[in-house]
Unconditional design. Structure first.
Length: 277
């Protein structure tokens, strides 16, 4: 059957995608994968300069396109502006990838209250705020594929979580771990409510990926210890996370809803030290 051809089964060609935190790190890895496979990708982050640079770079790669849509997602007003601008450009949003986030490491005795609030707000609350505001565009996408009571190709919400929200890390990242655990549950809750409308919600719980935040430590003895705790003995690659996100956005995953996919090289199942990143 033609629907089982790999070119169709994992296709995201022509889909309209928004990647928050898409100008660098894991977000840029994901955005690159979608553009290289023919999607129209909007990238958002606080820095307009970074967004513009990424959009130009990825559009040059093609065959899809990348468009800069900068916004500070800590702010409700900025989210409203972003959504308004996206609505002025698009009638549907096929894939929302909630990747923007912040980390904070500090001793339990001194942990900043403002820092805790910042991390919980951006990593958890604003994911809900943005998703809620984009529901009309996601519902419009779902309506395109409705066939009676079902949806052949649902709209997708893909949340970028962390293994720190699944297991207890060996370092002091209390707000980050709590926010990611909350994000995983929020994603499941949304899946239960929105699935009936043709919008799926799934999570990718990432382990170690080399980004601006982790690059320095990865070169130290501590960083080498991280790799020792990963059965596959390596960090994640751009292809790993982009491929997983593309799967969750493609027809191949049309029946996947409410899942948390662990993308960590087996870190969590490394029983002697499963709490370590």
């Amino acid at each position: 059957m033609s629907s089982f051809e790999l070119t169709n089964l994992f296709s995201v060609k022509g889909k309209v995608v928004l990647v928050t935190g898409g100008s660098r790190g894991i977000g840029k890895m994901i955005a690159t994968g979608f553009v290289r496979n023919g999607a129209k990708v909007y990238v958002s982050s606080r820095s307009a300069k970074d967004c513009d640079k990424t959009a130009s770079e990825l559009t040059a790669l093609g065959p899809g396109t990348c468009i800069s849509l900068p916004a500070n997602l800590q702010s409700v007003q900025e989210i409203q502006r972003l959504v308004s601008e996206l609505k002025s450009r698009e009638q549907v949003l096929d894939v929302l990838i909630n990747n923007a986030g912040a980390a904070w490491g500090e001793s339990v005795d001194t942990h900043s209250d403002d820092g805790f609030t910042k991390v919980i707000t951006l990593n958890l609350q604003r994911v809900f705020t943005l998703t809620q505001a984009l529901l009309p565009l996601l519902r419009a996408s779902a309506a395109k594929s409705k066939d009676g009571r079902t949806h052949k190709d649902p709209a997708r919400i893909i949340n970028i979580g962390s293994i720190e929200g699944l297991g207890v890390p060996d370092h002091e990242t209390y707000a980050y771990a709590a926010a990611k655990a909350g994000l995983h549950q929020l994603s499941r809750h949304l899946a239960g409510r929105l699935g009936r409308e043709g919008i799926t919600s799934n999570t990718i719980a990432c382990g170690l990926f080399i980004t601006k935040m982790t690059a320095y430590t990865a070169q130290t003895e501590e960083g080498k210890g991280w790799l020792d705790n990963i059965p596959l003995r390596r960090s994640g690659t751009p292809e790993d996370v982009a491929g997983t996100a593309i799967y969750l956005a493609s027809p191949a995953s049309a029946y996947v809803n409410g899942a948390t996919l662990t993308l960590d090289g087996g870190n969590l199942v490394n029983m002697p030290s499963q709490s370590k990143l």
